[in-house]
Design a protein around this ligand. Structure first.
Ligand code: ADP
Length: 163
């Protein structure tokens, strides 16, 4: 069975993301979580921190899951990992619109690319990294949504900004 790349900003990595990785392991031999830098979504959160936290959150899956950072084009990252499969999650119709736009652009860049779109597990369909960051920045408890190491990191580093 082939390898799949699961790209995202994972800022932070949530239980919804972990659920997608777990289910992808039923379809693929190996999942490469590719953490990109996003201009829209808080590029100021260091990539190395996100990689380290993501590795901790996924350590129970062993060596079938690998976490890497990347800066350039997703299609190039996918090719560099000797695969042509990209995994993304779908929660809502808004996700669907966004994913299809990205999918068509990436297909244009590399027609060999195949997308695997997995619907979210119902229990995490409401969960978004942006909301988790927002709750944490207001001092709320996010331990139900993320790995304890991620929750601890957010508690220290995601304080509300003073005016
Ligand atoms: P990006 O910044 O590239 O949109 P995210 O880090 O927000 O990426 O999410 C990465 C992928 O995980 C996306 O395909 C997104 O739809 C999916 N995802 C996000 N939250 C969940 C969730 N709760 N359940 C399943 N998939 C999710």
């Amino acid at each position: 069975m082939p390898v799949v790349v699961y790209p995202g900003s994972f800022n932070p990595f949530t239980h919804g993301h972990a659920n997608l990785v777990e289910r992808a392991l039923n379809l693929f031999d190996k999942v490469i979580v590719g953490i990109g830098t996003s201009v829209d979504k808080d590029p100021d959160v260091y990539l190395s921190e996100r990689i380290a936290l993501c590795r901790t959150a996924l350590e129970d899956f062993g060596d079938r899951v690998v976490v890497k950072g990347f800066n350039g084009l997703l299609v190039e990252f996918v090719r560099a990992n000797n695969t042509r499969f990209i995994l993304r999650g779908l929660r809502t119709l808004t996700d669907y619109d966004y994913e299809f736009q990205m999918l068509e652009m990436n297909r244009h860049l590399d027609p060999e690319i195949e997308y695997v779109l997995l619907p979210t597990a119902s229990q995490w369909s409401f969960l978004s990294a942006t909301r988790v960051r927002e709750i944490a920045s207001l001092g709320g408890d996010v331990s139900a949504f993320v790995h304890p190491a991620v929750a601890a990191h957010l508690a220290i580093n995601n304080q509300p900004k003073s005016e």
